[in-house]
Design a binder for this molecule. Structure first.
Ligand code: ARG
Length: 478
């Protein structure tokens, strides 16, 4: 495969010499933006069509350019990594124009009419991002399906819930698992919002001031799958809000994966022992034969931190830029490609870990101690008319007495219990301290009672069915 030197430059005319090797090394973006080649060709095809419709290109030239671009596509399809590495061009736009000239000769120069790399790269990047959003959605849907599957499997199991990582109140395991479903659902919504703002066409903005030829931008947008056209050419070539927004959605998604990961890491430790990760999604230690390590979830925790860093770093790139295009913006692709790549490797591994995890039912149920039903006892006093504040106090005295006796409140000798709180002593304590009854009492919408969780599960499944992962497989080139 022929790569070849950087003899084509899109801006050589006014210079006596080419750039120094040191500048070239810094300035070249081809090692990163080669991944936009499909988008660059699609955008160029649409531009040829637009120029022809506007009467700027004759039918013959337009035909030559269109089939030349097809040829370039067919050639690039064959390129290996070595081919790309050998190409010395400044960026993907330069490379495509060089190859086009090899195919069709001088007429290739007409493709650049009315267009700048400034509106071109923004258009290519948005197209890439629109496809990437589809790929991310599909991965998130897969993880949500794994959570739903595990929630259904363990829906009725009672386990502790935590606040401050201290045992709080009993919940159904299905409730816990689904508590990680809804943040992901919001991530899918956020991706959809971000995609809508990404699907705005910059092409036709020229370098900064707009296009001097009557190209129909709305038709261009339709042809390329955009939903609208930008309102201001100066804004359009400088706007990378869509990158920042996607980086935020990605960083937050990373945070959600890290929190799910942390729950599983903690619950899989011997101290908790609630979760057992499958062999295929845990790793061993080279030294300690007994170890079963939750590596994929630890990596989720770590990568979330780096994704947050990508967002902060790119916000720093944008901050204070003067209006119009600035070369700083070239850094957008490194940030976005890296963040998307990270998630496309991370989410499948987390999905595998979740989909194959098992819960130790005996350990989960044994971890629910009577103290966790203290609120239920206070609630019972409230039902008989006592202010909650006083009820809290009454139960607190019983808890203290039980602690002093080293037993559960239900096991306290009658006199001790009555001395701690006559009101509590009058209640059917054994029944109130029953975990399943406690769970069943939380029957309001969004609560952990069996019926409420069953309804929640139905709604979660409906989300997965109603909005299946969008089929945007097409051009997600890597
Ligand atoms: N490689 C550039 C980028 O990624 C393309 C735009 C270059 N524009 C320019 N005026 N030099 O941003």
């Amino acid at each position: 495969v022929k790569g070849g030197g950087a003899e084509v430059r899109l801006w050589g005319g006014r210079f006596h010499s080419g750039p120094a090797a040191e500048l070239d090394r810094l300035n070249r973006s081809l090692p990163v933006d080669w991944r936009l080649w499909r988008q660059d060709l699609a955008v160029s095809q649409a531009w040829v069509e637009g120029l022809r419709e506007a009467g700027v290109l004759g039918a013959e030239d337009a035909g030559v350019l269109a089939s030349g671009l097809d040829e370039v596509g067919a050639r690039l399809e064959q390129w290996t990594q070595e081919g790309w590495a050998a190409a010395g061009d400044e960026d993907i736009h330069t490379l495509v124009e060089r190859l086009l000239a090899e195919e069709v000769g001088e007429v290739a120069g007409k493709l650049r009419t009315g267009r700048s790399r400034n509106d071109q790269v923004a258009t290519d990047g948005r197209l890439w991002a629109m496809t990437a959003v589809g790929a991310l959605e599909r991965e998130i849907r897969g993880l949500q399906a794994a959570l739903v599957d595990r929630a259904e499997r363990y829906v009725g199991l009672v386990m502790p819930s935590y606040t401050h990582l201290q045992r709080a109140q009993p919940v159904l395991a299905g409730h816990w698992l689904l508590s990680h479903f809804w943040p992901l659902e919001r991530d899918v919504e956020r991706l959809g919002d971000a995609r809508r703002r990404t699907a705005v066409l910059p092409l036709g903005s020229g370098a900064v001031a707009g296009c001097p030829f009557p190209v129909d931008r709305a038709r261009l947008a339709g042809r390329l799958g955009f939903e609208g056209v930008s309102e201001n050419s100066m804004d359009a070539v400088a706007d990378r809000d869509w990158v920042a927004e996607l980086l935020f959605v990605i960083a937050l998604l990373g945070v959600h994966l890290s929190r799910l990961g942390e729950d599983l890491i903690v619950f899989a430790s011997s101290e908790f022992g609630f979760v057992r990760l499958s062999d295929s999604f845990s790793t061993g230690s080279s030294l300690m034969p007994q170890k079963r390590n939750p590596d994929p979830l630890e990596l989720a925790r770590a990568k979330a931190g780096r994704l947050v860093g990508e967002l902060a770093g790119f916000m720093g790139v944008l901050k204070g830029l003067p209006s119009g295009y600035n070369k700083d913006l070239q850094e957008d692709k490194t940030a976005l490609f890296g963040a998307v790549d990270t998630l496309l490797v991370l989410i499948p591994a987390v999905t595998g870990a979740v989909g194959t995890l098992e819960l130790d039912e005996a350990r989960c149920e044994a971890a629910v101690d009577a103290g966790m039903m203290a609120t239920d006892v206070a609630d019972a006093l409230v039902r008989s008319g006592m202010p909650f504040r006083k009820a809290h106090d009454e139960v607190g005295r019983v808890v203290r007495a039980a602690e002093a006796h080293g037993c559960s409140p239900a096991e306290l000798p009658g006199v001790v219990l009555r001395e701690a709180s006559a009101a509590v002593a009058a209640l059917p304590l054994a029944e109130l301290l029953e975990a399943r009854a406690s769970v069943a009492r939380r029957a309001g919408e969004g609560g952990t009672a069996p019926d409420a969780v069953a309804a929640q599960l139905r709604r979660a499944k409906a989300r997965l069915d109603l909005r299946p992962p969008q089929q945007r497989e097409e051009a997600h080139s890597r």
